[in-house]
Design a protein around this ligand. Structure first.
Ligand code: GLN
Ligand code: ZN
Length: 767
């Protein structure tokens, strides 16, 4: 039984590529040094896959920044604004497209970036114009294929398929549909495939994840036409069509009609797909690649379950027509579990990272082929045992949590009184001016602050010394906010490495890895905590810091927490219970913290939910079910407090139009949102919907070091005043300030406070 892999992480086991790229960008190393690091990672990845026994190894899955950007370069879809860089090296052009270019009097904006389906990976969005042309440009895929051949690798080039490539892009002009470009794009793809075939490639993997998405009839038709043309032009090249992250649903017939040799199925996301395919009347003679090993999560594969599925397929189509694979590219998995030295052994035995997943794929294929050896038998037994252990381990299963979860009542999701009543009580209690000013939570995380945490971890300073330093930072931040004249203060989040990991470290049921990095975009990686068990709040999460801060100011100090959906969304989540149940467990823990803050006399508490929108399922039909529990999870966390305690929430990077009623249903007293980059356009949804509660539309973009002027901020605020009731408006930046420097932060916030003051004056005079 053949095995293959769809893609491998490329950031390097120790994030070598991250470091090399960043050194190259800052001019510390040159191109050849960067490329040498890249080459090393690539070869190491190939070698790891070969050593694991994978038959067909992906190439061109490696990327210096992003594989969609690689594709844009390969087909010459380079936006016109980069023309002035034509004389530069291809590498610098490539990085300019990814990151923008501000040098030699040029100021070229980067291409846009957006989430890769429902993952936390972000890709560079191809830009298309009506007159868009394509031509073979880069040669990365050919070079990599040649290198792989030299190493005698059984290599399979991976390309994003032409239809998905277009659908991933964005029209930069009106009056045309990106799909219209297929006639110009397809010849370039055919040329690429011909060159690969001429170079000796026998297999090519075409990634068409859009086959799992909601498609129009025309889009489905385009798939059929494109692949029949490719088939016509390349009758002998063997194609693997890979779709993942969703079921084919209504695209299944289309997928089965595509003239390819292998159809890959993501059986982790969509196990029911196996039966649907096997019993489908249009199933032809294609090989089925069974994606049974989860490429998106960290759990050890359940061999017994997978073997059952594989057997079912073998019974129906014969073992010659069955391949074994991970469900999707392993890009979304951390590198290697063996690098983890601090995980509890009991937990570690439940896990598999990318390197271990390769071995799982190979072991499954051997077991399914009926091979037998003591070593195989042992792998199987170990696997069975690990799963038995996991299903009953007291580390995971806490009867008290399960009981509390099952005794939640309807009233737990509701504040005592409706917003209008709460608003009056809060206004009377806080006596804030019109247009109260606040910030989103974090202040600049200086190297000094970050080093503090590192020093504590490595034992160079004691816990007491660490806490004293954090307290000092908080006190400075307080003085500083008081000086500027901010109305509702924050403590600055200096004690937090990351808004999710911080809580993961303190809550029971979470494990933190040392090296479980996953690429987020370009050189940026995230290290999601692993939620392995029932969640319990067994200690204080934030009260210690927030109440310290409140004690040192007469002003209102806002408590700062991360919401249950965001914690869920940015973690590796257990797969042995519905996501909803895990979200509710986290919500109960946060609820307890909210009440502890209230008990400690904190009167305003913010529960951040920046990830609510990105949790939306890929298919629209599944949205309602998700929103139902996601919104409830937030309300469960927020609703325990008294009417006069004010709950804030914060969201960023969001289109709100299609989910505004659900955002309103969260019933936070105040919501702060990102709006400045869109010149308040994002506010429209709130206006059209007549959003009832208070709202702080972000008045300046914190993603850039640029300092906004008073008049600019006033201009944006005036837009808000035109459409929202004045008594509902708050004034704040777009998001937290942790990536900024103090210098610019200070002037920006001064300008923000000044703008609010001037507007107050004006409105008071007018009324
Ligand atoms: N309170 C967090 C901060 O200020 C919010 C971050 C976010 O929205 N991503 O950093
Ligand atoms: Zn934000």
């Amino acid at each position: 039984m053949q095995t293959h892999n769809l893609g491998y992480p490329r950031i390097g086991k120790q994030r070598e590529l991250k470091k090399a790229c960043e050194s190259y960008w800052s001019g510390k190393i040159d191109q050849s040094e960067l490329l040498a690091v890249a080459q090393q990672i690539k070869e190491q990845n190939w070698q790891t896959q070969q050593a694991a026994g994978i038959d067909l190894i992906p190439i061109n899955d490696f990327s210096l920044y992003d594989h969609v950007l690689d594709m844009s370069l390969l087909v010459g879809a380079i936006p016109e604004r980069y023309e002035p860089l034509a004389q530069q090296s291809v590498l610098d052009l490539y990085f300019a497209m990814a990151r923008g270019y501000q040098k030699e009097g040029l100021d070229l904006k980067a291409m846009e970036m957006t989430k890769w389906f429902d993952t936390n990976y972000h890709y560079i969005v191809p830009e298309f114009t009506k007159k868009q042309t394509f031509q073979l440009f880069g040669n990365k895929v050919f070079e990599e294929f040649a290198q792989a051949q030299q190493l005698r690798l059984n290599a399979k080039p991976v390309l994003i398929g032409p239809v998905s490539y277009l659908l991933l892009g964005k029209e930069k002009e009106e009056n045309f549909n990106k799909l219209d470009l297929i006639d110009r794009l397809l010849p370039v793809y055919i040329q690429i495939l011909q060159q690969l075939e001429a170079a000796g490639a026998t297999w090519v993997q075409m990634d068409e994840p859009y086959l799992g998405m909601d498609l129009t009839d025309r889009e489905r038709q385009t798939f059929l036409e494109v692949y029949s043309e490719i088939r016509k032009q390349l009758p002998r090249l063997q194609l693997i069509l890979a779709s993942y992250f969703e079921c084919f649903h209504d695209n299944l017939t289309t997928a089965l009609h595509l003239p390819v040799e292998v159809l890959h199925l993501d059986l982790v996301r969509c196990p029911q797909q196996l039966d649907q395919v096997l019993t489908h009347q249009d199933l032809g003679s294609q090989i089925l690649s069974l994606g049974v090993v989860d490429g998106r999560n960290v759990w050890k594969n359940d061999f017994q379950k997978s073997l059952q599925m594989i057997q079912k397929a073998v019974d129906k189509v014969g073992s010659q027509r069955v391949w074994i694979a991970p469900s999707c590219s392993l890009l979304h998995s951390p590198y290697d579990l063996e690098l983890e030295k601090n995980l509890q052994p009991e937990i570690k035995q439940w896990l598999a990272f990318a390197k271990q997943k390769l071995v799982e794929v190979v072991t499954l294929a051997r077991l399914a082929s009926g091979e037998s050896s003591p070593e195989l038998e042992q792998s199987l037994q170990e696997n069975i045992q690990a799963h038995q252990n996991r299903s009953t381990s007291p580390l995971i299963h806490n009867p008290k949590v399960k009981e509390r979860l099952s005794s939640i009542e309807e009233k737990d999701f509701w504040r005592h009184s409706p917003f209008k009543v709460r608003q009056q009580l809060q206004k009377a209690r806080f006596k804030l001016p019109l247009f109260p000013t606040t910030t989103i939570g974090s202040f600049p995380q200086t190297t000094q602050v970050r080093q503090l945490r590192a020093k504590l971890k490595s034992g160079k300073i004691t816990q007491a010394e660490y806490e004293a330093e954090i307290e000092k930072a908080i006190l400075e931040a307080i003085r500083w906010q008081e000086e500027i004249g901010i109305d509702v203060l924050v403590h600055g989040e200096f004690e937090r490495n990351d808004m999710v990991e911080y809580f993961g470290e303190l809550l029971e049921g979470f494990a933190i890895t040392e090296n479980g990095w996953v690429q987020s975009y370009g050189s940026r990686c995230v290290k999601p905590p692993i939620i392995y068990g029932d969640v319990v709040r067994s200690r204080d999460l934030s009260v210690r810091w927030i109440s310290f801060a409140q004690k040192h100011t007469q002003k209102l100090m806002k408590g700062m927490l991360t919401g249950p959906v965001t914690i869920l969304q940015w973690s590796f989540v257990r797969d042995d219970q519905p996501r909803r149940d895990t979200a509710f467990q986290i919500a109960l823990a946060i609820r307890d913290e909210v009440l502890a803050l209230e008990q400690a006399d904190i009167k305003i508490i913010q529960i951040d939910e920046p990830a609510i929108r990105e949790g939306l399922p890929l298919r629209k039909k599944d949205w309602a079910a998700y929103l139902e529990w996601a919104i409830k999870a937030f309300r469960l966390a927020a609703s325990g407090v008294k009417d006069e305690t004010q709950i804030h929430t914060h969201m960023c990077y969001s289109e709100f139009n299609d989910i505004i009623e659900h955002i309103a249903a969260m019933d936070a007293d105040v919501i702060t949102i990102e709006t400045s980059r869109s010149e308040m356009e994002l506010l429209e949804a709130f206006v059209n919907f007549k959003y009832p509660n208070e709202i702080g539309p972000g008045v300046y973009d914190i993603h850039s070091p640029r300092v906004p002027s008073v008049s600019e901020i006033k201009h944006l605020l005036n837009k808000a005043i035109e459409v929202l009731p004045v008594e509902n408006i708050w004034v704040n930046p777009d998001c937290g300030l942790k990536t900024r420097r103090w210098e610019e932060t200070k002037i920006s916030l001064q300008n923000m406070v000044q703008a609010a003051r001037e507007l107050r004056q004006r409105v008071l005079v007018e009324s």
